[in-house]
Design a protein around this ligand. Structure first.
Ligand code: ADQ
Length: 461
């Protein structure tokens, strides 16, 4: 087996103890299984970064990190990645800004990643690059004469050309994506959007799954990311019985729990969700005092202006809603800006009767899959899911509702809270089968196989 070298902007160092997000959980699962290297930014900035990556070995994984200069980091990460690519790829042209200086920093940081990575690459390695922060990395590795297989996986949506061409450098981005041997997307829709950006745009992907670009042959595919289903089930069952979750459950005093778990981000549809919940309490007043909506939303990217705005907006919404409906013994919405361990979150998900997963745009959304796995199959809750999440392509038995449709969401909430047990079980069975079909082992196993031609055995449960 070739040595697998995963590269992402942030890496989840074991010593930091931070809860890994969706990307990190996926990369860790792959590397725990295959062994290998995880290379990325340390999370630290320094005016004089070390000349060599810092390496830490834990079990079969080597974690190699580099520092970035503060000004480079700001222009690359806060600027180009989160001010330009993130909004545009999520179809928010009004939040997108473009500054050539930031684009140059983006290219320069990718070049630096490649230069440092070359110091630890060996002949026979296969490199797997993750996400939009590192699109040009493959081209720089080629320039430095790395000749092993290089794959790229995009964790976020890929936009249609009508949106992408708002970006002055979009042709260069497409050129950079075509320097990889394999480019993976979350869904077939994302892959089709990518095809619209090619010149000339093919009507569909050829049966070979390959496209030709400037003399190179690039393989494309949809690789929907999944979860460690049995891991989530075990965590949910265990933490559900433990103090943190039980204290929350007791505090509900028999009220049904509606839950939302999202990073605080404007793509997650939180403002629209709060407004829909308000409409639900108004349209179906019999639920007042009978339900509690728990929204857990840890802040992210607080250095980016748009994120401060959304945070303030949500605080106002939650405050207004509680001011309007709360009783001395009932708070309709509990809005928490904090992190929990992943296991505790799974316990909260198990305690909920309804999950609201209503992003206005999302690559996959792992919380939707985690909710399905965390539920008690004998008495499962109901998932309300936006069709704008990649997960909606697989979770067809969720109640799907447009996140901008407040009335539709209010009605879906009412239907979910009153759904008969038989129907809940049927929908849950269907969804659990779908979650198992594309689990985390399937995700990395298929990608690594298509990249290297080698089979990756499924991890033992
Ligand atoms: P994210 O936008 O971060 O990921 P998501 O797919 O939901 O979104 O993954 C978040 C992960 O973090 C989940 O495993 C969740 O349980 C966990 N999490 C969320 N809130 C938490 C909290 N308060 N405390 C602890 N853990 C929390 C990006 C893309 C997604 C894509 C993933 C994976 O935006 O579309 O699904 O990568 O590819």
């Amino acid at each position: 087996m070739k040595r697998l070298v995963c590269v992402s902007n942030r890496i989840s160092l074991p010593r930091r103890g931070a809860t890994p997000g969706g990307l990190a959980v996926g990369v860790l699962a792959a590397l725990r299984h295959t062994g290998g290297v995880w290379f990325g930014w340390s999370g630290e900035t320094s005016e004089v970064p070390a000349e060599q990556p810092e390496v830490l070995t834990r079990g079969n994984i080597r974690f190699a990190t580099i520092d970035l200069k503060p000004a480079d980091f700001d222009a690359y990460y806060n600027g180009y990645c989160n001010g330009t690519l993130w909004p545009l790829f999520h179809y928010f042209p009004d939040r997108f800004t473009h500054e050539q200086r930031q684009y140059e920093a983006y290219q320069a940081v990718n070049a630096e990643f490649a230069r440092q990575l070359m110091k630890i690459l060996k002949p026979g390695d296969a490199v797997w690059v993750h996400d939009y922060q590192l699109i040009p990395l493959g081209r720089y590795l080629r320039k430095l004469r790395f000749d092993g297989p290089i794959g790229f996986f995009l964790h976020i949506p890929f936009p249609h050309v009508q949106i992408l061409r708002l970006l002055p450098n979009y042709a260069e981005l497409i050129r950079d994506m075509c320097q990889y041997d394999l480019v993976g997307f979350q869904t077939a829709d994302d892959m089709r959007s990518f095809l619209t950006c090619l010149e000339p745009a093919p009507a569909s992907l050829p049966a070979s799954q390959r496209i030709e670009f400037a003399g190179r042959s690039v393989r494309l595919g949809a690789y929907p990311i999944g979860i460690d289903v049995d891991g989530v089930i075990n965590a949910a069952v265990t933490t559900y019985a433990q103090e943190t979750v039980q204290r929350m459950a007791v505090s509900l005093m028999g009220r049904k729990l509606i839950i939302g778990v999202d990073r605080l981000d404007y793509t997650k549809g939180l403002t629209e969700r709060f407004a829909a919940y308000e409409q639900f309490l108004e349209a179906f007043p019999e639920n007042q005092g009978k339900v509690t909506f728990l929204q857990i939303a840890p802040p992210s990217r607080s250095d980016v202006l748009a994120y401060g705005e959304i945070r303030r907006g949500l605080e106002q919404c939650a405050g207004r809603l509680n001011g309007r409906f709360a009783e001395a013994d009932w708070t309709p919405i509990r809005y928490l800006n904090r992190d929990y361990t992943h296991a505790t979150l799974m316990g909260f998900l198990r305690a909920a009767k309804v999950a609201l997963v209503t992003p206005v745009r999302d690559g996959m959304n792992l919380v939707a899959k985690e909710f399905v796995a965390a539920q008690d199959p004998e008495d499962p809750g109901v998932l309300i899911l936006s069709p704008m999440a990649g997960a909606a392509q697989e979770l067809r038995s969720a109640l799907q509702v447009n996140p901008y449709d407040k009335r539709g969401m209010a009605m879906a909430l009412q239907a979910a809270l009153n759904m008969p047990l038989d129907e809940r079980r049927q929908r849950h069975d269907d969804m659990l089968a779908a979650v198992r079909q594309h689990d985390i082992h399937n995700w990395y196993g298929t990608f690594v196989h298509d990249l290297t031609g080698e089979s990756v055995r499924r991890a033992a449960a």
